[in-house]
Design a protein. Structure first.
Ligand code: ZN
Length: 220
């Protein structure tokens, strides 16, 4: 097998190799200032720091950019951020934009999985949903996977007793992604931890995740 590549589907700040760098609309300065892959969205934590109507327009005008691989991160957070009903309407507005351009959404969800799945079944969204930074109970993972979601795992995999490490082997390989998020780690360390947990060789894992990336983000 030829040497594989590392793919980081969600990172804040520049990274090595194939990486989707995430920007909140409040920090986005325009595609003329960025030449790599990116995701762009309104994070539930940052709703209050921006004019969301203008932010949605910014987002809409970026939809056709080939380097914009996903909408997000966006979603719901019971612990931090704007009032929940406002979070929900901003999230739904972003789902509609994702639907318009057929691109996946990267989802931030904290203590709101019931609401997330209610929205998912109600809207019959046709684009892939990727729940990022997954580190939750196996029952929630199974629930999300049954409803067609993808799960992305990050630094929690470095801790063998984390929920993420327990859940990973139960998630179908074609629904899995890896990420560094804001950890500052190299994506290779996350890959090595995942390969060890799954008891597979690194090149095999790389091949799976490259196939997933091509299918979900590049529509190959
Ligand atoms: Zn993030």
């Amino acid at each position: 097998m030829p040497p594989g590549i590392f793919i980081d589907i969600h990172r804040h700040g520049k990274g090595e190799g194939r990486v989707i760098v995430n920007f909140d609309t409040s920090e986005w300065t325009g595609k003329e200032h960025w030449d790599g892959y990116y995701s762009l969205g309104i994070h539930p934590w940052f709703i209050g720091r921006q004019d969301c109507r203008a932010a949605l327009q910014t987002l809409e005008s970026a939809l056709a950019d080939a380097n914009l691989l996903a909408l997000g991160e966006c979603g719901l957070d019971r612990l931090v951020g704007a009032p929940f009903s406002e979070q929900e309407s901003i999230f739904i507005a972003q789902l509609e934009l994702a639907e318009q351009c057929g691109k996946p959404v990267v989802i931030h969800c904290v203590r709101a999985f019931n609401e997330l799945l209610r929205i998912k079944s109600k809207r019959k969204s046709s684009v892939p949903w990727i729940v990022h930074g997954f580190n939750n109970k196996p029952s929630i993972a199974a629930w999300l996977v049954d409803r067609g979601c993808y799960l992305s795992f990050g630094k929690a995999l470095l801790h063998p007793n984390s929920n993420a490490a327990k859940v990973l082997p139960a998630v179908p390989g074609d629904r899995t992604f890896l990420e560094t998020d804001d950890s500052g780690l190299g994506i290779d360390s996350i890959y090595r931890a995942a390969a060890a947990i799954l008891q597979i060789d690194l090149p095999e894992l790389q091949q799976h995740l490259e196939n997933n990336f091509n299918r979900v983000f590049l529509h190959d």
